[in-house]
Design a protein around this ligand. Structure first.
Ligand code: GLC
Length: 653
């Protein structure tokens, strides 16, 4: 180690664990390297002092699609690529650690930060988090895997206790971290909330689990102003409080002087901060930018292209060249991300959808009715809608950190615009530019097609234009169940007040609930969903065949073939689920344990081969305090979605 603890006084060690300011570690006026951290998961969010506006401002950057859109691609190489591009953005801005990825499980459809997270399934969240971290860190930039843990709502996020049973905590709310930690993130960010009555910024038991059981050997930082009791945080083995706040030093010094805090406890944290500072300094020497700005934008476009989901299509899509098109909506520059710490100021002008569509459909008359088709609709614009062959409505909703949605329906104005357009044109295509699940009941049966574009980032319009025109076939699939109404989601029916959120849904999050209601409890009416986990249409069709299952050492090898039965190239993501019909404990009906996406030419067949580590079949035994892989029979299900199981077989381990 270059920096030795013995070189620092007690006061200096306390300064090390309370940061220098919002985004930097203490450097004692250049005596140490200064490590710089910065948001965020969807693009770099660094700041500068804007003299003109006399305020802190955000430096524009490449705005990537949301984490939801990334995961909907079911293509982990895109997570790696996005990580690489973000590392280059950091290198150019002298940032050492990117405060990302966010992998929290999407338990509640209302959660305002769901757009920053990947899935309702912890395995999928962990895999995408792992590949994202690898992409960033292999370019010598650090990451901060966040937010640890069970931080699944924004309502009262600083004060609300997630009351989670031990097995659910392990199999759902830390399983994502267990998998993502395989990429060895330099840091983990603990979350604002409380878990089972102890604040996460001082949760020694869950920090011990992170370090001693999940093998994390990096630094644990608090979320911003998540620390409410500095001595308790240091005793709870938090390594650094972020950001710097006056009073923190004095509080810790007083705790030391009255004997509440020992120098050894301070040393433990300070030595971890010195480790991180030294790591950033040594890695900096190895950094070099490997991508151009254009490559970053094309990576952002690729993520959007593969992550946008076609939810419904009666055949109106793709739109043929020569068809007249009206585009209505408020989203002139498209809503490219949600609000809060992950919001990115786009580094270049957002290309408009009508311009991009014209380039791909040169014989089509395209009329953009920006801001004209409003609730009190102008007659002229409705006439244009009426006489067009196809009407596209862009519906948007800005979700944001620190706020949960009170409803998962669109704003009434947005719904009304869709209904007004649909009344004028039977070929209405709705494009949802929203952070998370939308209750589409008000218009689902009145429109010809629905596309979920999420927050598709700076190149989202380019991706949308390619999909709408049939230049590419959509291939995204949902990583979160879309219920018919919010109340269908079990978690919304669990007890919650301003201080407590009882996770009485237990393991039954997302598709785990709907499956159980349908197949185990025979409550078909409770099991209905609008669109299931894994749902996503293509412009072609796929036939699955030839399932073969082989048990090898520590893995199960799942092989099968998929044929593209349509007349254009498209990609198909197949999901692998396992089911343990006979088990010593209750198991959800099935659980995701693998997936693979392949691009398949028209009429062609591709061979899929997925290796499922047996450890993914384990359950956590609270009787033995360990993970248990039961012997016996396991069903292996291969699905185009959680409800569209195409192949099923059985293995015995
Ligand atoms: C925010 C977020 C966290 C972010 C941090 C810094 O409150 O919870 O994700 O990285 O503070 O902006």
């Amino acid at each position: 180690m270059k920096y030795k603890l013995s070189d620092f006084t007690l006061d200096e060690k306390i300064k090390l664990i309370t940061a220098k300011n919002g985004w930097e570690t203490e450097d004692f006026d250049g005596r140490l390297y200064k490590a710089v951290v910065s948001d965020g998961p969807l693009g770099l969010r660094t700041h500068f002092w804007n003299e003109e506006k006399n305020c802190r401002d955000t430096i524009p950057a490449v705005a990537f699609p949301s984490a939801t859109v990334l995961a909907q691609s079911f293509n982990t190489s895109l997570a790696y690529k996005m990580g690489e591009m973000l590392a280059d953005e950091c290198i150019e801005r002298d940032v050492d650690i990117l405060l990302a990825p966010g992998v929290n499980v999407k338990r509640l459809p209302h959660c305002g930060r769901n757009f920053e997270y990947m899935s309702e399934d912890p395995y999928l969240s962990g895999i995408f988090g792992r590949e994202y971290i690898k992409g960033v860190q292999e370019h010598h930039i650090g990451t901060s895997l966040k937010h640890y843990c069970a931080n699944n709502q924004e309502y009262q996020r600083h004060w609300q206790s997630s009351e989670v049973d031990e097995r659910t905590l392990r199999e759902i709310y830390t399983y994502n971290f267990k998998i993502a930690l395989e990429a060895k993130p330099w840091t983990v960010m603990s979350s604002y909330n409380i878990v089972n009555g102890v604040r996460m910024s001082e949760h020694k038991k869950l920090y011990d689990m992170l370090r001693d059981e999940l093998g994390f050997d990096g630094l644990i930082m608090s979320d911003w102003d998540a620390v409410k009791n500095h001595a308790a945080s240091v005793k709870g083995t938090l390594d650094i409080r972020m950001p710097y706040r006056s009073g923190a030093f004095e509080e810790l010094k007083a705790a030391y002087e009255c004997g509440e805090l020992t120098e050894a406890e301070i040393d433990r944290a300070a030595s971890k901060v010195l480790w991180l500072i030294e790591k950033c300094e040594s890695e900096k020497a190895l950094r070099k930018v490997s991508s151009s700005l254009d490559e970053r934008y094309s990576a952002a476009e690729k993520v959007a292209e593969e992550g946008i989901v076609l939810l419904k299509n009666n055949g109106v899509l793709p739109i043929a060249d020569g068809k007249s098109i009206a585009i209505a909506g408020r989203a002139v520059d498209m809503n490219i991300s949600g609000d809060g710490s992950s919001r990115v100021v786009p580094g270049r002008e957002i290309k408009k959808l009508d311009t991009l569509l014209s380039a791909l459909l040169p014989s089509s008359e395209i009329c953009a009715l920006w801001h004209e088709v409003r609730y009190e609709n102008t007659v002229k614009s409705l006439e244009t809608v009426n006489r067009s062959d196809v009407a596209i409505v862009l519906a948007e909703q800005i979700d944001e950190e620190n706020t949960d949605r009170f409803s998962i329906r669109l704003d009434p104005m947005e719904e009304q615009r869709i209904l007004d357009v649909a009344k004028q044109n039977k070929n209405t295509v709705v494009v949802l530019l929203c952070g998370s699940v939308i209750d589409v009941s008000a218009f689902e049966d009145k429109v010809a097609a629905i596309i979920y574009a999420g927050y598709p980032g700076a190149e989202g319009n380019a991706a949308l234009a390619k999909i709408l025109s049939g230049t590419v076939s959509p291939s995204g699939k949902l990583t979160e169940t879309w219920p018919i109404t919010a109340e269908d989601c079990l978690a919304t029916r669990c007890y919650r007040d301003s201080m407590h959120s009882i996770y009485s849904d237990g393991l039954l999050v997302g598709y785990r609930w709907y499956d159980t209601a349908k197949h185990i409890m025979d409550k078909a009416d409770e099991a209905r969903v609008r669109y299931p986990f894994g749902h996503g249409l293509s412009y072609t069709g796929f036939e699955y065949s030839g399932l073969s299952l082989t048990v090898e050492d520590d893995n199960i090898k799942v092989e099968f073939d998929v044929k593209n039965t349509g007349n254009m190239t498209s990609s198909e993501s197949a999901q692998i689920y396992f089911r343990k019909p006979i088990s010593a404990v209750f198991r959800p009906y099935k659980e995701l344990c693998g997936f693979e996406k392949e691009k398949i030419g028209a009429g062609e067949t591709k061979h899929y081969s997925v290796t499922v580590p047996k450890e993914y079949l384990a359950y956590y035994s609270t009787a033995f305090d360990k993970w248990v892989i039961e012997n016996g029979d396991y069903n292996i299900l291969v699905g185009a979605s959680a409800e569209d199981i195409r192949l099923e077989g059985r293995v015995t381990i």
